[in-house]
Design a protein. Structure first.
Length: 96
């Protein structure tokens, strides 16, 4: 679980990032979760965009992705989900 200070720090770090994945009307599948998992291992902090043709709740989608990849939801703002997971091999982000 992240503290408020850690979430603020991660939001600051994620501000300049562009979304790496897009969730469309087909939703989330196993292949997408595997790709997000690999990307989190390399980058630790990513953004996922929810397209407007997806009618599922953004909070439910964020929870599904977080559970499927063992990540933490940092923020949901608009149609963007920010996810964080500490890397096992390439630990780049030092949390306060």
């Amino acid at each position: 679980m992240l503290t408020g200070k850690q979430k603020r720090y991660l939001r600051k770090e994620a501000h300049h990032l562009s979304p790496v994945f897009q969730v469309g009307k087909s939703g989330i599948n196993k292949n997408m979760l595997d790709q997000i998992d690999e990307t989190l291992e390399k980058r630790e902090l990513i953004k996922v965009s929810v397209l407007q043709n997806n009618f599922e709740d953004k909070h439910d989608l964020a929870d599904q992705i977080a559970k499927g990849t063992d990540a933490l939801v940092v923020q949901i703002i608009g149609n963007i989900i920010v996810l964080y997971r500490e890397s096992v091999e390439k630990n780049q982000i030092e949390l306060p």
